[in-house]
Structure formats: structure tokens, C-alpha cells
Design a binder for this molecule. Structure first.
Ligand code: MG
Length: 260
């Protein structure tokens, strides 16, 4: 697990995070009916190049992931491969983007509606984002991983949303995925203790139906087992000596959310 020891290292995390924030903004603006997920991937690659960053996801894992972003429409929870899928009015789509700047990673996701969607679908998207922020508010020196999971889960429960258990948040730094794992469920006061110098990704995935998942034959695309819609939100959060900083928000929003 990484410990960010110097302001120089943190600055690299911040640069990677800023690139991810710009990827999000440009993809959000480009995601319209008729646009393909492959075209959204092209947008991401242009932003990465303009920021001297590489894609965290491209070539990752096995079979090597074929995309700079994950583009996960409708019942796809995470890890959708960008390609020739055309967005339609009434779709929702989750975009997960990762950037590497000089060896340090930023990783964040958002979900948006394409055109008009029913109110319960807007609620799924908004509540998943709310859960992410409540999870982020738990991050500080001395907090436990279970504090985050318990907070995230508590937001889903009153709405009856399925909380995905097989895919989780994670530490981040010189690698996209580091210890500890950060589930979206848990018991307050339990689990690994967070400390200054750690960076973590908080990433709830909520389903409109049950929590069950299945994976396509491509070995990447993760769908809801019951075909219901799914939303995913994520930010990278650093516990610095000066406070907790979300690195993957836009420049004018980059403020400490609590003191570490
Ligand atoms: Mg992640």
C-alpha cells in the first residue's frame, strides 16, 4: 500500500486527478444520442495526451483491457469495453476513467442519463453519488475501512437498491489498484485503519434491482444478474498532512473535505 511521503508525490497524484476530471467533463459534454462509446473513448485519449498522461486502464489485466475508459451503459455495472454501442435517448451510462501522470494514478467514475429517464432512474444515479460523498466524508487519519462501507450502505438501504459486493473500492498511488480493498458494505469501527499518506478510491455501485452480478464472455463486462439498471460513482481521495483532498474533482472544486 502506498504512502505518499512528499508534496512532490502528492502533486503528481493531483495532476493525474485533474486530467481525470477534464476527461469526465469532456465526455459528459460529448455523450449524446447516436454517439458511440468508442467515440467517448477517443475523447478520453485526446484529453490524456493533452495532459501528458497515460490511460490507467488500457492494456490492464487479462485479456488486456481495450479502452482508455470503461463505458458501462444501462445494466452494465462496471468494466464495459468502449466500442460501437450507440447511446440512445433514455440510456444511462457510467464512465470510469483513470490517468497516470509520471507514475501516479487518478481514478474516478460518474453516471449520467442520456436524454430523459424516469424519476426512479434519476434517483438511482443521485443516491449513488450521495453515497460516494458520504463514504468520502469518512476518510481521515485513523478511520477504519468499515466506516466507509457502513456509510455507503446506509444510503442505499432506505431506497432498496442492490449494493454490489463483488467489486470494491481500493487503495491507489503508484498502481491503480493497491491495498486495502474498500467494500461498499461493512461495520463501523472494523477493518484496516487509514492513515496520513494513503490514497483511496471510494466507488459505490448500486443496482435498481438485486445486487447479483454476472460477467460477459469478453471476461470484462459486468452486468446486473437480473438485467436491472446500475449506477457507479468514484473519486480518488488523498489523506495529506494538511487534510483530505479529492484529487479527481475539477480545479475550482478541489477543496479539502475534512481535516485528516
Ligand atoms: Mg477504481
Amino acid at each position: 500500500m502506498i504512502t505518499i511521503k512528499s508534496p512532490k508525490e502528492f502533486a503528481k497524484m493531483a495532476k493525474a486527478g485533474r486530467c481525470v476530471a477534464v476527461m469526465h467533463a469532456e465526455i459528459r459534454a460529448a455523450a449524446k444520442p447516436g454517439v458511440t462509446t468508442g467515440e467517448l473513448d477517443d475523447v478520453a485519449r485526446r484529453v490524456l495526451a493533452a495532459h501528458d498522461c497515460q490511460a490507467s486502464f488500457l492494456g490492464y489485466g487479462f485479456p488486456p483491457f481495450q479502452g482508455a475508459i470503461c463505458a458501462s451503459p444501462n445494466d452494465v455495472i462496471v468494466h464495459g469495453i468502449p466500442g460501437d454501442y450507440h447511446l440512445e435517448d433514455g440510456d444511462i451510462i457510467a464512465i470510469d476513467a483513470g490517468a497516470i501522470y509520471d507514475g501516479y494514478h487518478g481514478d474516478a467514475a460518474f453516471t449520467m442519463a442520456v436524454g430523459e429517464v424516469p424519476v426512479e432512474v434519476t434517483s438511482l444515479i443521485d443516491v449513488t453519488e450521495e453515497a460516494m460523498w458520504l463514504g468520502i466524508s469518512q476518510v481521515r487519519h485513523g478511520a477504519r475501512v468499515g466506516d466507509i462501507g457502513a456509510a455507503v450502505e446506509s444510503v442505499a438501504r432506505p431506497h432498496g437498491f442492490g449494493v454490489v459486493r463483488e467489486y470494491v473500492g481500493h487503495g491507489i498511488g503508484r498502481h491503480m489498484h493497491e491495498e486495502p480493498q474498500i467494500p461498499n458494505y461493512g461495520v463501523k469501527g472494523k477493518g484496516t485503519k487509514l492513515r496520513t499518506g494513503m490514497a483511496v478510491c471510494i466507488e459505490p455501485m448500486f443496482n435498481l434491482g438485486d445486487a447479483g452480478t454476472k460477467v460477459d464472455a469478453d471476461q470484462w463486462t459486468v452486468r446486473t444478474a437480473d438485467g436491472s439498471l446500475s449506477a457507479h460513482w468514484e473519486h480518488t481521495v488523498c489523506i495529506t498532512p494538511d487534510g483530505v483532498v479529492v484529487t479527481t474533482v475539477p480545479e475550482d472544486a478541489a477543496i479539502p473535505v475534512s481535516l485528516g
